[in-house]
Unconditional design. Structure first.
Length: 220
């Protein structure tokens, strides 16, 4: 049977996010892709490459091309596990399979650890929905409005419920306009409000000027 390819992209949480001083890992990391029909791939090793030769460092985005015999079809979830003597905090991930693409976000601290007394060695992240959002966040032009020590997550609320993003960038100067695109979040209907939750690190503050959220066309 010929093998099929999966392209897995991971974003490791930045240093000190969620109060964790060392979110990166040197352990072996594996991914298992799980389909909506219940079919799963085997555990696939996310190995270093000539481009991503030191993966899973704090704040890093790394991409891996892996192979398996199973095309799971529509993707529901991806499960990561580590094997070694370390721990890893994941912020978000994307999986591109032969038939479907999945985006998942860590809506709270997702810690994998080889030490079972600290945390489980695996984490399963699943699709939140089928909606896409474009988000623009403007930092105030006032002096001392920027920050490089506050990690912010956004909850989008509408008439049909709420959905939550991964961490926003944490190194912004005054007047900076940050733009984000999110896929596979829950459809909240007409957006009514947003809630920004900060995970501070040290004595710092951040002053946003405005937040704009637009639900993308072509998503349900």
């Amino acid at each position: 049977r010929p093998k099929v390819q999966y392209v897995v992209t991971t974003k490791t949480a930045p240093k000190y996010a969620y109060g964790h001083s060392a979110p990166g890992t040197n352990d072996k990391v594996h991914a298992t892709v799980i389909g909506k029909n219940g079919v799963s791939t085997n555990r696939m090793r996310l190995e270093p490459s000539s481009i991503f030769y030191d993966p899973f460092t704090a704040g890093a985005t790394d991409t891996f091309t892996v192979e398996d015999y199973f095309d799971v079809g529509a993707i529901a979830c991806v499960q990561f596990d580590i094997n070694g003597k370390d721990s890893w905090v994941i912020d978000r991930a994307e999986v591109q399979g032969p038939s479907d693409k999945l985006n998942v976000y860590s809506t709270e601290r997702v810690l994998l650890s080889a030490d079972s007394s600290e945390a489980p060695s695996f984490a399963k992240l699943c699709r939140a929905g089928a909606a896409g959002y474009d988000v623009r966040v403007k930092t105030s032009d006032d002096n001392d409005s920027g920050s490089n020590k506050i990690f912010v997550r956004m909850e989008i609320e509408g008439g049909k419920g709420t959905t939550t993003t991964s961490l926003l960038e944490n190194n912004v100067n005054k007047g900076h306009l940050s733009e984000y695109h999110y896929e596979d979040l829950a459809n909240v209907g007409k957006v009514q409000c947003v809630t920004l939750t900060a995970y501070p690190n040290g004595k710092d503050a951040w002053k946003p000027s405005y937040v704009e959220v637009v639900r993308c066309q072509g998503y349900t």
